[in-house]
Design a protein around this ligand. Structure first.
Ligand code: PBG
Length: 332
């Protein structure tokens, strides 16, 4: 086919097909669908808690008794999956609250599965919310995360979540060998069917700022650059993804999304596995802040953002916009 040649008195072929919403709908190459969203939820101790998160307008920290109503709302909107972050009342050096049989995330999983067995409940698996120092695993004498100790604890945490009925685990720690260690532990414990969504290319990003307020997980000293990826690198992301696939990850992820859409595309082109992109807290906060000032059209910018993530090649979008985007899609 030759590239559109404009006739003396007419439009090019591309332009003719923009004439109406019906025609635009026919030739649309990318669609955004609530079935591809995963909605993150922050769960705290207590009863009757629905505490607004200051830097993430519209997002709340919920106690477990509030989760049934949340599940009903999501189901009504066609959002079929959540990603759970537990915020424990007690923290220690090892992060032992992460694998307690009745830990905060374990109780949240059970409450959601009881409320709606058809909801896909994914649990984030990391220790930074549970350690008193805020790093993603126990520290050695030099104050660095002990990789092999961390992956044992992440595997133990994953099994404890499987035992309460989680549908998928999502390790977000970026320790080496954790996908393989989790897979082996799940298989040995009779959970061979449980999938792993790996945060494979997770960058050391300043866009996680609001999340750390929400999850109370900011490192008390230092930063995560020793284990999370360096933002300028893209070939390294392909290698990280390849390692996680080798270790039997079922879904791979790029995080954050917007400053990393080239990484999403590069990973998309490097594997046939399902790919998730995490539209993170800082990305959400920026959009909400500009909208609150009246500087942008909130709904259109939100939909354009989500469309861009899908167009870059993500199958799944983890997003705080899930509910409002689903509501908007229902209207149009
Ligand atoms: C835990 C974790 C983080 C996020 C998801 N899992 C924070 C971090 O790595 O510091 C960030 C999510 C967001 O910003 O929305 N390791």
């Amino acid at each position: 086919m030759t590239i559109a040649t404009r006739r003396a008195s007419g439009f090019t072929r591309t332009r003719r097909l923009r004439a109406s919403e019906a025609l635009r709908g026919l030739v649309r190459e990318t669609r955004v669908d609530p079935a591809s969203f995963i909605y993150p939820l922050f769960v705290v101790e207590g009863r009757g808690v629905r505490e607004p998160i200051g830097s993430m307008p519209g997002q709340f920290r919920l106690s477990t008794d509030m989760l049934a109503a949340e599940a009903a709302e999501l189901s009504d909107l066609g959002v079929r999956a959540v990603l759970l972050f537990g915020v424990p009342g007690h923290k220690d050096a090892e992060g032992s609250g992460a694998w307690l049989a009745d830990g905060i995330t374990q109780r949240a999983v059970a409450a959601l599965k009881q409320a709606d067995p058809s909801l896909a409940v994914v649990a984030d698996v990391c220790l930074c919310e549970y350690t008193d120092h805020g790093h993603c695993g126990p520290l050695n004498a030099r104050g660095e995360v002990e990789n092999n100790a961390a992956i044992e604890l992440l595997a133990r945490t994953s099994v404890s979540l499987a035992e309460v009925g989680v549908d998928m685990v999502a390790p977000s720690d970026m320790m080496d060998g954790r996908v393989g260690a989790i897979r082996a532990a799940l298989d040995e414990s009779g959970f061979a069917e449980l999938p792993i969504m790996a945060y494979s290319a997770k960058y050391a990003s300043a866009f996680y700022g609001p999340f750390r307020e929400a999850a109370d997980s900011a490192p008390q000293f230092g930063d995560r650059r020793g284990y999370q990826m360096d933002p300028p690198n893209v070939r390294e992301a392909i290698r990280e993804v390849a390692i996680d696939i080798e270790e039997q990850a079922d879904i791979v992820m790029v995080k954050p999304a917007l400053a990393y859409l080239d990484v999403v595309r590069a990973v998309r082109d490097s594997t046939e596995l399902p790919l998730a992109a995490y539209n993170v807290s800082g990305e959400y906060a920026m959009l909400k802040a500009a909208a609150a000032q009246g500087w942008i059209d909130e709904e259109r910018v939100m939909m354009e953002t989500l469309t861009g993530i899908r167009r870059a090649g993500a199958d799944i979008i983890i997003t705080y916009h899930a509910k409002e985007a689903a509501r908007w899609l229902r209207q149009v």
